[in-house]
Write a protein of this length. Structure first.
Lengths: 101, 459
């Protein structure tokens, strides 16, 4: 199940993991993504919560701080390797595109 | 306007995964000045106000349960995230969370369609499990009823209650099947759409709502008709034994939910409380039915002035009502004056979709050495019913065999004598064009009795 889920990452998954290379709390992640992508990638609050929960459950990120209901997270080595795998996959796509088009 | 007048209760029917139609419905209600306030186990409660253009969003949150007496920390965080984007939490119904926003073109609560699909599937697990469980239970019921029908088709064709019970169970099976198939097909469409980076598939809610309404109305009509037939055949105490516990169970479960919401127990404790209420209600329900069956007659009470008290060999005494129904043929007709006054003369009629039947018996509760008689007249309404009843009535079993005899005796198309072990025939099955008669006498026929039977039973 988990293997299928992470075979290819959705844009939201990809950007959340990128943001969490530095410790960051939930709602700030969405703001960061909006800034980084010039408002192109939007992560809805429902999606953000569900993805953070799933990533944490699957050991891709780890909770670092809880202040009230404000939770902060950071990426784990497992999450980093997933991110790198996705980067490699995307790079291959770009390489193939450049060589064929 | 009082607080009560400001609120309106509605019953909303929607499929668990059909969030789109629910969102549209709530948006439309808001335009009419009805704003969702809360969801209870029986209804959706709306507050009346000035019409507004609001946008409702229905989301699924797996870490909640109907057994939660208060919001979980996870849900509170989820609500906080939503608030940052201008969404106000309204209420929850099980794993469904309902938010509203007045913001124009708001950022959707869920922007990752794949994640949303996984969450819906996760939250629908209980729904699918329930559907499979119901399909299994109703399927087993239909199967056992079919076995009973093949074992005794005559009883089925002449019993309206049995026919309706089967129809109800078939309805339940097809409805459960429809629920499962429609959900599975929606999942398949979603998976296909997501694999090509599309959106979640739209659910055919109009068709499903039509199917649900059809089943609901049909089931209500069937229940009303069943109750009508039950009132003709069963005693009042039996009908009460069946109906009252249903009301009792409903009240018990509603109270259970009320207790869960009022007390601040944790999810596990609430689950135990609720399941305990269910188990106790179920045991009480069965005890009431058992008590009803054991102490009271299941058959409809008869208004009779004649009773008989029988003392059994173990000293036990019981009083029975003696029926005085009009029978077309009696033992007195066949054997002359018998000199016994405590006979019960009982006639029962039924007219079902498949067959008209009349059953007559003249019997003695004391089991004195007096003759008894019983006979049934069947008038099947379809050829296939006639054929099935025909084959069933002359099927040999380990107690008796059937021998075809001369048609001239009863002027029949086909006539069979029922032979018990080492005994002369005392029972006959008579087949006419549209009618079948089964007659069971206490002694073999003597001269003139066949003509008398013909005269009395064939009008």
């Amino acid at each position: 199940m988990a293997r299928d889920k992470y075979q290819t990452l959705t844009e939201q998954m990809f950007y959340i993991l990128i943001c969490l290379q530095q410790e960051c709390c939930g709602i700030d992640i969405t703001k960061k993504i909006l800034e980084q992508t010039d408002q192109r990638v939007v992560v809805g609050p429902g999606t953000l919560y569900n993805l953070l929960e799933t990533f944490a459950k699957d050991g891709m990120i780890i909770e670092t701080k809880v202040e009230g209901r404000k939770r902060s997270y950071i990426i784990t080595p497992k999450g980093k390797s997933l991110l790198e795998k996705e980067y490699t996959r995307l790079s291959l796509l770009i390489k193939d595109y450049n060589s064929m088009v | 306007m009082s607080d009560k007048e400001k609120r309106i209760k509605k019953f909303i029917n929607f499929r668990y995964h059909d969030y789109k139609s629910l969102e549209e419905k709530l948006n439309n209600y808001a335009k009419q000045g009805l704003f969702l306030e809360s969801v209870t186990s029986q209804s959706w409660i709306f507050r009346k106000g000035e019409p507004k253009d609001l946008k409702y969003t229905v989301t699924y949150f797996s870490d909640t349960s109907i057994f939660d007496s208060k919001q979980t920390d996870g849900l509170k965080t989820y609500i906080d995230y939503a608030k940052e984007y201008g969404y106000n939490f309204i209420t929850q119904a099980g794993k469904i969370q309902i938010f509203v926003t007045e913001v124009d073109n708001p950022i959707p609560l869920e922007t990752d369609q794949r994640e949303k699909f996984e969450t819906i599937k996760q939250c629908s697990k209980v729904f699918t499990l329930n559907s499979y469980a119901l399909l299994f239970i109703f399927g087993i019921n239909v199967f056992t009823q079919m076995l009973n029908i093949t074992g005794n088709p005559v009883n089925f064709f002449s019993n309206s209650l049995a026919q309706m019970s089967l129809i109800m169970m078939i309805l339940a099976v097809t409805h459960s099947l429809h629920s499962i198939i429609s959900y599975k097909s929606w999942c398949k469409k979603c998976a296909n759409s997501l694999s090509s980076n599309g959106e979640l598939a739209l659910y055919n809610s109009k068709f499903s709502r039509f199917v649900d309404k059809f089943y609901f109305i049909f089931a209500l009509i069937m229940l009303a008709v069943m109750l009508f037939y039950a009132s003709l055949e069963l005693s009042t105490i039996m009908i009460l034994s069946i109906c009252l516990p249903v009301v009792f169970i409903f009240i018990a479960f509603t109270t259970g939910f009320y207790i869960i919401k009022k007390r601040n127990f944790n999810r596990s404790t609430n689950r135990i409380i609720y399941i305990s209420i269910g188990v106790v209600s179920f045991i009480l329900y069965n005890l009431i039915i058992f008590f009803g069956l054991f102490h009271y007659s299941a058959e409809k009470e008869v208004d009779t002035e004649r009773t008989i008290t029988v003392t059994y060999s173990d000293g036990d005494t019981r009083t029975y009502n003696l029926y005085s129904d009009e029978l077309p043929l009696t033992c007195e007709d066949l054997y002359g004056d018998i000199g016994y006054d405590d006979y019960s003369y009982k006639a029962a009629y039924s007219n079902t979709l498949f067959m008209k039947s009349s059953d007559y018996t003249q019997y003695s509760f004391e089991h004195n050495d007096v003759p008894e008689i019983s006979y049934s007249i069947y008038e099947p309404k379809f050829n296939f019913v006639y054929n099935i009843v025909h084959d069933c009535l002359i099927e040999d079993n380990r107690f008796s065999t059937y021998t075809q005899i001369d048609n001239t005796l009863f002027n029949t198309n086909e006539c069979y004598a029922k032979n018990y072990e080492n005994q002369l025939a005392k029972a006959y099955v008579l087949f006419y064009d549209d009618m079948i008669i089964v007659i069971d006498l206490d002694a073999p026929l003597i001269e003139g009795q066949a003509d008398l039977i013909l005269d009395r039973l064939i009008q």
